[in-house]
Write a protein that binds this ligand. Structure first.
Ligand SMILES: [Zn+2]
Ligand SMILES: [Zn+2]
Length: 96
């Protein structure tokens, strides 16, 4: 393990410091990077993550996946294996 996944805002390079800065629409406040942007209370999956302006960030929203660095290879491997094992796309035909 030489590569470490790093987390930083893709727009301004602000790095989350492990604080609980994100609030869900259900009112829960948590560290979104601990759960891959999924609210631990209501299980809502967030696709976008906002940069925290009052902690030095740019306040812009970016796709959650874009915050991760060094993730591409891991992701690529996963996507490749999925592509190899998955049959042709499309819904299965069902006999009426
Ligand atoms: Zn929630
Ligand atoms: Zn930012």
């Amino acid at each position: 393990m030489s590569k470490e996944v790093q987390i930083a805002c893709p727009k301004c390079e602000w790095k989350p410091d492990g604080g609980e800065y994100w609030q869900c629409t259900c009112g829960h406040v948590w560290d979104t990077f601990k759960t891959a942007a999924k609210c631990p209370q209501c299980k809502k999956q967030w696709n976008y993550t906002q940069c925290i302006a009052w902690r030095g960030g740019c306040n812009q929203q970016s796709p959650h996946i874009d915050w991760y660095r060094n993730l591409d290879e891991i992701l690529e491997e996963e996507l490749t294996s999925v592509a190899e094992t998955a049959p042709a796309s499309g819904p299965k035909k069902q006999c009426a």
